[in-house]
Write a protein that binds this ligand. Structure first.
Ligand SMILES: [Zn+2]
Length: 140
């Protein structure tokens, strides 16, 4: 039997005795007990959330670039360090083949793979050189 039902049972028994003062006191105590029960539920939920955040905080690995990863994660997912630091939210960043990344929430960006990024820059430079040469040839 829950707290509310038990209070109701006692209130009925007191009501039968005709003691209105005692009945009134029980109703007030019952209201306070229910408020406290609601607060316990709310604090328990908040406590669960804080434990979850603390667990994540202990698993965070920082990197030179502005992204974070989680220790012992089954797959290496990159999260935005800015969103974690300011909002305590794990926002997965978008990783590009160029070796760069960007947060879809705050647009924080950087490089997650310098080798890939260097290869991307070399491809871009080569494409630009080819375009320049073909433009020069077309002029003559
Ligand atoms: Zn972000």
């Amino acid at each position: 039997m829950g707290l509310y039902e038990r209070i109701k049972d006692v209130a009925k028994q007191i009501q039968k005795t005709g003691n209105t003062e005692l009945y009134g006191q029980l109703i007030e105590l019952g209201a306070e007990a229910l408020d406290m029960q609601n607060e316990i539920v709310s604090l328990s939920a908040e406590n669960t959330e804080l434990k979850k955040m603390k667990d994540i905080e202990n698993r965070i690995e920082r990197h030179t670039e502005p992204y974070i990863t989680l220790k012992d994660a089954p797959s290496q997912i990159l999260y935005c360090s800015h969103c974690w630091d300011y909002e305590e939210k794990l926002i997965q960043v978008k990783c590009y083949d160029s070796g760069s990344f960007k947060c879809t929430h705050c647009e924080n960006n950087g490089t997650y793979d310098t080798v890939k990024y260097e290869e991307y820059l070399q491809r871009e430079r080569a494409a630009f050189r080819n375009l320049s040469e073909s433009n020069r040839r077309n002029r003559w």
